[in-house]
Design a protein around this ligand. Sequence first.
Ligand code: NAD
Length: 357
Amino acid sequence: MSKQILVLPGDGIGPEIVAEAVKVLQRIDARDGLGLELVFDELGGAAYDKYGSPLADETLERARAADAVLLGAVGGPKWDALDPALRPERGLLKIRAELGLFGNLRPAILYPQLANASTLKAEVVAGLDILIVRELTGGIYFGQPRGTRTLDNGERQAYDTLPYSESEVRRIAKVGFDMARLRGKKLCSVDKANVLASSQLWRAIVEQVATAYPDVALSHMYVDNAAMQLVRAPKQFDVIVTDNMFGDILSDQASMLTGSIGMLPSASLDANNKGMYEPCHGSAPDIAGQGIANPLATILSVAMLLRYSFAQADSADAIERAVGKVLDSGLRTADIWSDGFTKVGTAAMGDAVVAAL
Ligand code: NAD
């Protein structure tokens, strides 16, 4: 039976980097006989231009029907003046919410060939391979009530709410334990249980879930300490599981340990491991159309897609190995280039990965 992937190139560099990821998908499909079927549509600004909405109903239907979604990136100055409800980013938030993509996986892997690209000392980050599992559809970014009110003394006061239900914590904790099981069997749950009621429930539920995973070593860390440990000794971590806001901040911090946003893939999964896969970076309007963007984050997102949604670990490994081989050969896009290496554009980098496969 064929597996359908909805491909949404998006805006800015999105179409350039997705074109290379599609080349890799087609090559691995032909090589490993995966039976992939690709369907193309638009999201973000490109969707607004085509359909008058950043996420058209028919696109959402295609996303529901597909087995996985591959996304480039959305946004750009062309659409910045639009009504907030029509802006490209709204399409992205809506597709995540509509598909119930509550589990956001953001690996921070430093290819040894790029150890000097980090702002941290090479020995602190060389060989870094951590995975942050972030809860994506709950917590303070969605909690009600929220707003601004006027106090009796006439001063305005703004407020947000940080709610987590047991079931929301349980399902993301399970994703964390499952991922740890596939990797180094170490899970660190990050919270602020010394202060926040939501974190106290979070910790209690994570402890409950842990009883079903005796093979995974669980630890807990307060988020302020986790932020410090991530730059002090990041290699102590294997998998981190945390809430929406803490995960937002820590995953950006972790991604910069690797020094190269153009290298970092991500996955957002629902309860059945159906997922949307995209690079961590945005649409980079400053370099769009120049053919110089790094396509490797999107190509590595394809590897995650095959691993997590299609259970094709061998094909995923092959893509990751091919990326390593290309870096070994000295090819670099401008964002990761330094003296002594060969500077190549987006298409040449994609072609090199295809050739290495
Ligand atoms: P950005 O990630 O697009 O760019 C930040 C910097 O990194 C830029 O200098 C850019 O040139 C560089 N960069 C990013 N990806 C690169 C790649 N693959 N190769 C080489 N260099 C790369 O972030 P931004 O500039 O803050 O945002 C630009 C637009 O992207 C905005 O409209 C923003 O809303 C949107 N955005 C979208 C997503 C998404 O689609 N998931 C995420 C973040 C930002």
